[in-house]
Every structure is written in C-alpha cells, then in structure tokens.
Ligand binder design. Structure first.
Ligand code: NAG
Ligand code: NAG
Ligand code: NAG
Ligand code: NAG
Length: 450
C-alpha cells in the first residue's frame, strides 16, 4: 500500500509568517497583539534583547498551536493535520501514515489516526534507509488543559507578542511538556540545521506518532511497516528493510541526555480461596489474606538491581477481592506495574518474571496464587556519551523499545518528568529555547557519529 497525503486543513491561526525561519523581515513581525496588555496582565515585563533568540516567535507559535489543539490518545487527527500543515509550510514533504482502524463495540466509528512523516525539501525523495530519525509523539494524557502564560489562560484566537516575554515566563497546558515541547523544539532545531547547511537534507527524516501514552500503537505500527515492506517511503527495492542511521527520541528529560530507562511489564496477581463463614476461618481459605501475604513478599523481595537503573520496583495499582466483611473471600486480585532494572531489553523481563515466581512459590499458603504478566521489555539503553550534556536515567517508559532495528537511540527533551502528567504541566520559555540549542548539537552529533 502506497500512502498518500490527504489534503491538509488550513488553520487560520497559523499564518505562513508564523513559521518563517531566519527571515529578518518576518521574524520581527509575529502575530499582532492588540489587547496584549489586558490579557497578559503582569506579563508585560520587557525581555532584554539578548534573551531573545531569532527563532523565539516561530518556536513558541508552533508550540502554542500544538498545545491549543486537543489530542488525547485516540483522538489525535486534528493535531496530525495541524502538524502536517506546519511542516508543509516549512518546506518539508509530508506523508500521513494511517493506522489500522480499531473499531470496538463501544466505539464503532473511531476517528482516523495518523503518524506524521516529513522529509526536508519540497517534493523530496521519501527514503528512510540510512537517515537519522527525529521523533516524538503528538498524543497527550487526559484531561485537556488550556494553554496559559504564567498561569493566565490565553484563548486560542488571542494574539501574543512572544518577543516581549522574559525567558522565565511559564508556558503551561496539557502537552506543553509531554511531548509537544519536544515536537516544537525538534522541528525548530532541525530546520535551523538545514537552513544553515549544517546537515544535508537527505540525512534526516521526522516522525511524529500517535498513541505513545497508551499502548505505543503509533510507533509499533510504523516499526511493523518497516519490516513488511510497506512504510510510507520510496526506498529502493535494494533496501527492503530500511535501517535508520540513528534515532533521536523527544521526551521530557529536563534537557539532559538519558542513558536509558527502566523496562516495564504489567500484569495481574490472583488468589483463589474457599468461601466460608468469617467466624470459622479454618473451614475456608481467605484469598484476600493470601494475596496480602504474597504482595508483602513481592514488595520486600530483591527482584534485581543494576548500577545504571537502580532497583526493580513493583507498584500495586489496583486491589480487588471478597464480597462482604463477614465472608471469607474466595477471590482476590491485584494489578501490578513492574519497573525492570536488570538484564537487557530482550532478557530483563524474563529475569524479573522468574524471580517473581520464585518469591511466590515461597509464600506460605501460596497454593492459590496465579501470576499473569502481559508483554513488556527489559531496560532500554540509549547513547549518552556526548560531550556537553548532563546525563540522567529515566524511570518511565517511552517509544524507544517500540522501534525495532539496529540503530543507536538518543533520548532528550525539554521539561521536567515531575510535572508532565500533572495539572501544572508546563515549562519556561528559557527551558524550551535551551532545548533547541541542545537538539541542534545532538542532531548534528547523531547524524555525524558512526
Ligand atoms: C513585539 O514586541 C517587540 C518588542 O517590544 C516589538 O519590537 C515588535 O514590533 C512587536 N511585534 C508586533 C507584531 O507588535
Ligand atoms: C520554502 O521554499 C520556497 C521556495 O523554494 C522559499 O521561497 C521559502 O522561503 C521557503 N520557506 C522556508 C520556510 O524555508
Ligand atoms: C534498593 O533495594 C535495597 C534493598 O534490596 C535497598 O537497600 C536500597 O535502598 C534500594 N535502593 C533504592 C534507590 O531504593
Ligand atoms: C549514511 O549516512 C551517513 C551520514 O548520515 C553518510 O556519511 C554515509 O555515507 C551514508 N552511507 C550510505 C551507505 O549511504
């Protein structure tokens, strides 16, 4: 199946000049700001000139446009069209890769969903082989939170003169960190590297996927099409399975380069007992008591640790069991998320499952216990030996393991992991701009490193 680009929606809030880069005529003329002082009460402190990089307005305009459009996982198509439009205006060749429709009985007519791919240049050859993939995701977690500057919500139609704002201004809203900050900063950095001829256009491809916050289905689908020979690309038959040179993933790392992140597996621990009158516990067997003992043992156990990733940890997210206070419980269950710190991406999950089963086998009265783990993966390694970057290790999951292949992975992005899913999700203008500088160095390094 050859994928074509559907017509892109023209969004009136996104004038062409919004995305003009390095053009002295337009960069001094961002969106007009008639009622600027009314809306941004207290925000009219004037930034000193050397605070304001030349890409401030296109960067913040793109970031704002992305945050304004709701894109909770499963409903990303407006965001995909908007991003496709913005990239087209920046002279990228854009393809939207549709995901297979997943209609269910509750949702018989789901929205179409698209991954967004972009190649530098108009009518560029859409090859993937040997390019460095620059990627992040456009979906966000619920609920929608409006775009705001220093906690003042800014209606989508309201103009803002970003050049007047100090770098300490807090930009917030759902997705403002995770991961629309990475999306806007990556596109800005890549475009600057291209217009300054620092990297050749054929060295890069951009990919913005859906579904990262839930199942990773956007990246998984893209990855799968690479091996089935149906990616949205023009790769020659000589390269039936395109192999990326490297992949730069954008997720909030506080502008530090991640050396990797823990693996994860999720599942359910069940306990079955025998119901009976609570006054005669020896006549039955309590599933809830059995489950509590088993969980205690799992939480106390050493499930594996490593210097890089620390301890494997178990989160008991949901507990269920029993029918009434005065009845011995016949059934109980716990839903678990296990963050894996040992082994490698392909082996770590098996190591931890083995240790969990050993622990459960040693639990007194553990005969009614059952452990069922769904998929998952061990720790994911990323390259972090790049000069000029602070490093970190993340405890959250990403799309890095969802892209199969032998490429080197990098993980970097603006904003703190500690706020990303909260009501106060946001970052400063200075953090966002610092990440453009970071991405410029990192992308150049990734393209040139062997
Ligand atoms: C935005 O503010 C700057 C600095 O005060 C000013 O030079 C520029 O003309 C303003 N832009 C618009 C479109 O009003
Ligand atoms: C896009 O390409 C056109 C024609 O080559 C050029 O005039 C325009 O400046 C380019 N725009 C950007 C944002 O690079
Ligand atoms: C890891 O677990 C060990 C015990 O197994 C404990 O002593 C140590 O404090 C834990 N480390 C962290 C970072 O929680
Ligand atoms: C792959 O890309 C790199 C730059 O990204 C380039 O130096 C190299 O020559 C390319 N290799 C092939 C086989 O095209």
């Amino acid at each position: 199946m050859r994928l074509t680009t559907p017509p892109l929606l023209l969004l009136s809030t996104l004038g062409t000049q919004t995305f003009a880069f390095l053009n002295p005529d337009t960069e001094q003329h961002p969106l007009a700001h008639h009622q600027h002082d009314n809306v941004l009460n207290g925000l009219d402190r004037v930034a000193s000139d050397d605070d304001v990089p030349s890409y401030r307005v296109p960067l913040l305009s793109l970031h704002r446009a992305l945050v304004d459009v709701p894109s909770i996982s499963g409903t990303e198509n407006d965001a995909a069209f908007l991003l496709g439009q913005a990239l087209t205006e920046l002279n990228y060749t854009v393809s939207l890769q549709p995901l297979p429709s997943t209609s269910t009985t509750e949702n018989p007519n789901p929205q179409p969903r698209y991954n967004v791919l972009a190649w530098p240049g108009r009518d560029a050859r859409r090859t993937l082989h040997n390019r460095t993939l620059i990627t992040s995701h456009i979906d966000v977690v619920p609920p929608y939170l409006p775009y705001a500057l220093d906690h003042t919500p800014i209606p989508p139609s309201h103009p803002v003169n970003f050049t007047t704002l100090p770098a300490t201004t807090l930009v917030s809203g759902r997705g403002s960190v995770d991961a629309k900050a990475s999306v806007a900063a990556q596109i800005t950095a890549t475009t600057l590297l291209l217009t300054s001829n620092t990297i050749p256009p054929e060295s890069i491809v951009l990919l913005y996927v859906v579904g990262e916050e839930t199942s990773g289905d956007g990246m998984k689908h893209f990855s799968q099409t690479l091996t089935t020979g149906h990616p949205p690309s023009d790769d020659a038959p000589a390269n039936p399975t395109p192999q990326f040179h490297a992949a730069v993933f954008g997720e909030p790392t506080d502008n530090r380069l991640a050396c990797g992140h823990k693996g994860i597996t999720t599942g359910t621990l069940t306990a079955t007992g025998r119901a009976g009158h609570s006054g005669y516990p020896w006549l039955g067997r309590s599933a809830t008591a059995g489950l509590v003992h088993a969980l205690e043992a799992l939480l106390a156990a050493d499930l594996g640790s490593s210097e890089r990733y620390g301890n494997t940890t178990v989160n008991v997210g949901v507990l269920e069991g029993g029918v009434a206070a005065n009845v011995i419980a016949a059934e109980a269950s716990a839903r678990l998320a296990v963050r894996i710190a040992v082994g490698e991406r392909r082996t770590g999950r098996g190591v931890v499952e083995g240790r969990m089963r050993d622990v459960l086998a040693g639990v007194e009265g553990g005969e009614g216990l059952g452990l069922e783990l769904t998929g998952g993966y061990g720790p994911v390694e990323c390259r972090c030996e790049v000069e000029g970057f602070e490093t970190m290790v993340a405890n959250y999951g990403t799309d890095v393991p969802n892209l199969e292949g032998e490429h080197v992975s990098y993980l970097y992005g603006p904003g703190s992991i500690l706020v990303e899913h909260g009501d106060d999700e946001g970052l400063t203008i200075g953090d966002l701009e610092e990440s453009v500088e970071g991405y410029k160095r990192l992308i150049k390094y990734a393209v040139e490193a062997s």
